[in-house]
Design a protein around this ligand. Structure first.
Ligand code: NAD
Length: 290
C-alpha cells in the first residue's frame, strides 16, 4: 500500500445545492409539490430509505407522503390507478423492490409519464435514448452530477459501469455518452470484469455485491462511485472493498453518503419539474410540448 490516502467523496454539499435550487423553483408554485412515495414498509432497507426521503423533502420545498404498497398485485394496480387519477398528487415514486407480481415499467405505464418521477415510463426512457430533453432516473442523474463534481468536464474520460439495470447502468451510459465520455457497460455475465474496470479513469459500481471491486480492478489513482447499498450484518456496504483499495484508488464515494443524498436530491428535482409541468396552463403546455 502506498502512503497516499484515498479521498472519500461525500455528496452532501452537492445535494444541498440541488435542494436549494428545487426549493426556489417550488416556491414559484401556489402550493408545494405533492409526492407520494410507495414503499414496502416491511422491508427494513426500503423503510429506512423512504423515511430519510420524507425527512429531507422539506429542504427541497416538497410535501411528501409515504404509503405502503397494497397487498396483492391487483390491489396495487388499483392503488396506482387511484394515484394517477388523484388531482392533488403531482408525482409518485415507487420504491424497489416492488412486491412480487408487479413490474416497475408496467407500474410506471399505469401511473403515466406525467407523474412518474423514476424515469421508468417508456416515454421518459425513450426521450433519454433519443437525445431529447428527458426526466432521467434519479440514480443515473446523480452519478452524472457526482462525476462532473469530481472531474469537471467528462469529455474523453474512460468510464466503466458495473451493473446494467434500467434505473442505473443503462440510463447512466446514455447520459455519459451525451457528455462525450467513452463508456463500457458491464454486468453479471461480463467475462473478465477486472480487464474492463482497469481501463477506466472512473468506475461506477452498482452491482449490489459487497467486496466486488478490489485493488486489482482499478488502475492507480482511478475514482470509484460506489452506488451499491447492501445491508449486511456489519451495516450498509457498497461494492468496493475499502481496505483493499485504500492508497491505490484516487477517490471512492462514501456509502451511504456519497451518491445516495444526490440521488434523493435528483428525485426531488424530478418531483418539482413534474409539478411545474402539471400545473402549467394547458395552452402553454401545448406550445412547449413540441
Ligand atoms: P439490479 O439488481 O437491478 O441490477 C444489478 C446489476 O448488477 C445487473 O445488471 C447485474 O447484471 C449486475 N451484477 C450483479 N452481480 C454482478 C457481478 N458479480 N459482476 C458484474 N455485474 C454484476 O440492481 P439496481 O436496482 O440497479 O441496484 C444496484 C445497487 O445499487 C443496489 O445495491 C441498490 O441498493 C443500489 N442503489 C443505490 C442507489 C443510490 O442512490 N445510492 C439508488 C438505487 C440503487
Amino acid at each position: 500500500m502506498s502512503d497516499r490516502r484515498t479521498r472519500l467523496f461525500k455528496g452532501l454539499d452537492l445535494a444541498a445545492r440541488l435542494n436549494a435550487e428545487s426549493r426556489a423553483l417550488a416556491a414559484g408554485l401556489k402550493t408545494p409539490p405533492v409526492c407520494l412515495v410507495l414503499a414496502d414498509r416491511e422491508n427494513a432497507g426500503a423503510r429506512a430509505y423512504s423515511d430519510r426521503q420524507a425527512a429531507t423533502a422539506a429542504q427541497a420545498g416538497i410535501a411528501m407522503r409515504i404509503a405502503a404498497y397494497a397487498g396483492t398485485p391487483s390491489a396495487i394496480h388499483a392503488q396506482i390507478d387511484a394515484i394517477a387519477a388523484d388531482p392533488d398528487i403531482d408525482a409518485a415514486a415507487m420504491l424497489l423492490p416492488l412486491p412480487p407480481g408487479c413490474d416497475p415499467v408496467e407500474s410506471a405505464l399505469r401511473l403515466g409519464q406525467e407523474k412518474d418521477v423514476d424515469g421508468l415510463h417508456p416515454l421518459s426512457a425513450g426521450r433519454l435514448a433519443a437525445g431529447l430533453p428527458a426526466r432521467p432516473p434519479a440514480t443515473a442523474m446523480a452519478c452524472l452530477l457526482c462525476a462532473q463534481e469530481i472531474f469537471g468536464a467528462l469529455r474523453g474520460l474512460d468510464v466503466t459501469i458495473v451493473g446494467a439495470s434500467r434505473i442505473v447502468g443503462r440510463p447512466l451510459a446514455t447520459l455519459l455518452l451525451d457528455a462525450e465520455a467513452t463508456v463500457t457497460l458491464c454486468h453479471v455475465a461480463t467475462r473478465d470484469l477486472a480487464a474492463h474496470t482497469r481501463q477506466a479513469d472512473l468506475v461506477v459500481s452498482a452491482a449490489g455485491v459487497p467486496g466486488l471491486i478490489g485493488a486489482g480492478h482499478l488502475k492507480a489513482g482511478a475514482a470509484v462511485l460506489d452506488v451499491a447499498v447492501t445491508a449486511t450484518p456489519d451495516g450498509l456496504r457498497g461494492d468496493v472493498d475499502l481496505a483493499a483499495v485504500d492508497g491505490h484508488a484516487g477517490l471512492v464515494s462514501h456509502v451511504p453518503d456519497g451518491v445516495g443524498p444526490v440521488t434523493t436530491a435528483c428525485l426531488f428535482r424530478n418531483v418539482v419539474e413534474a409539478a411545474r409541468a402539471r400545473r402549467r396552463p394547458a395552452a402553454q403546455a401545448t406550445r412547449t410540448a413540441h
